[in-house]
Design a protein around this ligand. Structure first.
Ligand SMILES: [Zn+2]
Length: 86
């Protein structure tokens, strides 16, 4: 007889007790990615600030957001340095 995998047990656990989400990545100040400690299901914050499943499409959006955010942050820092210098 085949034994069930740990993944299906985790999924069953999550179905009963709910997912145990942990922040796995900070994309921007407002957008985060979450991973369930139990079954590794991933969520992200969408444009409406609601949580949604992290699909490959959202992964793509998030990586774009991340690079825009990083660029903006570095530009902001440069601006701040310029102001302090002047
Ligand atoms: Zn889960």
């Amino acid at each position: 007889m085949k034994t069930s995998t740990s993944t299906s047990v985790s999924k069953l656990y999550c179905n009963i007790f709910g997912h145990q989400y942990d922040v796995s990545k900070l994309v921007t100040k407002h957008v985060k990615e979450y991973t369930c400690k139990c079954c590794k299901k991933q969520l992200t914050t969408n444009g409406n600030g609601k949580l949604t499943e992290l699909t490959p499409k959202f992964k793509e959006i998030n990586s774009t957001l991340e690079s825009i955010y990083a660029r903006r942050m570095s530009r902001l820092k440069q601006k701040m340095y310029a102001t302090t210098a002047a």
